[in-house]
Design a protein around this ligand. Structure first.
Ligand code: ZN
Length: 174
């Protein structure tokens, strides 16, 4: 019973997410079809990625903020890896869903992974763009043209990773 209701709420959220996204200025700027042509992914793949992020968010350990976040990474090897936020009583040791997913992906598939798309959601109906620390961590693995979807204050947004993180720190050894 609860499962059915959860499932309906999830699809409702994903449906709203898509339609809010279509209505947003960003979607107007980046025509959906043109945006998806830049990737190998279609709308169904992005919806599926968001749905996987929602499932991950249900596992959130967030007894302090009650802010439940999920992230899903589409890897170039075809796999999807998810993560959720794991808080700590010290607060500062808390890890975000995006980094949680990333360390899981590297742990499972090794250091050569490449991320083709990222979906971030939360179960609090609030804005949650990836934080600076997560953007920096993701920058070593996410392709520049990879679409990143996340809830923003005006609704769901989609940006390429290079738009989201234009000047990542990098170390030139030579
Ligand atoms: Zn973060």
């Amino acid at each position: 019973m609860n499962g059915d209701r959860d499932q309906r709420r999830t699809w409702c959220r994903v449906y709203m997410w898509r339609h809010i996204a279509l209505a947003s200025n960003l979607w107007k700027r980046h025509n959906l079809r043109e945006f998806l042509l830049m990737t190998d992914l279609d709308q169904a793949a992005l919806d599926n990625l968001a749905q996987r992020a929602v499932e991950a968010a249900r596992n959130s350990y967030s007894p302090y903020s009650h802010f439940r976040v999920g992230a899903a990474l589409q890897l170039s090897n075809g796999e999807i890896v998810t993560g959720t936020n794991v808080e700590n009583v010290s607060y500062g040791l808390t890890i975000c869903a995006e980094r949680s997913a990333l360390v899981s992906a590297v742990s499972q598939f090794g250091p050569d992974i490449r991320v083709e798309a990222v979906a971030v959601v939360n179960l609090n109906d609030a804005a949650s763009p990836p934080c600076g620390a997560c953007r920096q961590m993701l920058s070593e693995f996410v392709l520049p043209d990879a679409p990143v979807t996340f809830p923003a204050s005006e609704g769901a947004r989609i940006m390429t990773f290079s738009e989201l993180m234009p000047l990542a720190f990098e170390m030139k050894l030579k």
